[in-house]
Design a protein around this ligand. Structure first.
Ligand code: SAM
Length: 260
């Protein structure tokens, strides 16, 4: 999968996208990340990319001409144009479901805003989708783009061992179970004995129950949605009931599947 990232600050991506798993995935040719400096597409000799907002007010707005030229340059490299995503705090909330959906694509273009944001006409004409990584405001879209690339890339086939993605938090409506490693006793705290038993079937049941319990304690809203989406077995429901889970009404609404 190829990611094209349009930014005014390409150097910000060194480190997060050039270390560890993403580094190895790029070296193996499973993913490709191309950085494009929007400033290179500014037509004037000062390479201006922002200007004062019409109507007055604080801050600067990213000019449409360099941005549109940079998007056009990237899209011209494709026979089938990939989606062009703008990172924006007023966009749709980015979720694991989006990441899974995007990981199926051969390519994705990410546009990083800066300053007060991007001229609205570019948003209306050249952007396919707008994503927010949370209800807070960053100085620019670069960190948000890195979050999206990281979350998507690790789901691209061949980047991680498929078993390590299985049963992860947010993949199937539940949070993940707790993990332990050596030593078996650390500072007087022992690992749950079931994990040392060698009974794979019982370990699987324990882990499922730990997922249910953790989700009940930390994200009961997720359990309501999992129940409505039919993701809980009768055994899950019985286990949860013994831990005080108030079975949701049959007509509880399923979480809307976010789609792009
Ligand atoms: C300072 S912000 C602009 C905020 C904008 N004036 C507003 O109030 O919605 C500059 C850029 O950072 C990025 N950004 C900020 N917060 C973000 C978030 N929560 N998710 C995704 N991108 C974000 C966007 O690309 C945005 O254009």
């Amino acid at each position: 999968m190829r990611f094209d990232i349009l930014t005014l600050f390409p150097d910000m991506f060194t480190g997060p996208l050039t270390e560890s798993i993403l580094k190895r995935a790029q070296q193996a040719g499973v993913i490709e990340i191309a950085l494009h400096n929007i400033r290179d597409f500014a037509p004037d000799r000062h390479r201006t990319t922002d200007d004062a907002p019409y109507g007055g007010g604080a801050g600067m707005v990213m000019k449409p001409v360099p941005l549109a030229a940079s998007i056009g340059h990237v899209l011209a490299q494709y026979t089938t144009p990939p989606p062009v995503l703008l990172l924006s705090p007023d966009g749709q909330q980015f979720t694991q479901a989006h990441a899974a959906q995007l990981a199926q694509l051969p390519a994705l273009v990410l546009v990083c805003g800066h300053y007060e944001g991007v001229d609205e006409r570019v948003r209306e004409t050249l952007i396919s989708h707008e994503l927010s990584i949370g209800d807070y405001v960053l100085t620019g879209g670069e960190l948000a783009a890195m979050v999206v690339v990281d979350a998507v890339a690790r789901l691209v086939a061949g980047v991680l061992d498929a078993a390590s993605i299985h049963e992860e938090s947010h993949t199937d409506g539940l949070l993940e179970y707790p993990h332990y490693t050596r030593p078996a006793v650390w500072e007087g705290q022992a690992v749950p004995p079931i994990l040392l038993s060698g009974h794979h079937g019982e370990v699987a049941i324990w882990r499922r129950q730990q997922r249910l319990l953790r989700t009940l304690q930390r994200r009961p809203d997720m359990l309501t949605h999992a129940a409505a989406a039919g993701l809980l077995t009768p055994a899950d429901r019985a286990f949860l009931a013994t831990h005080g889970w108030p079975t949701p009404p049959a007509a509880a609404p399923a979480a809307p599947e976010p789609s792009l």
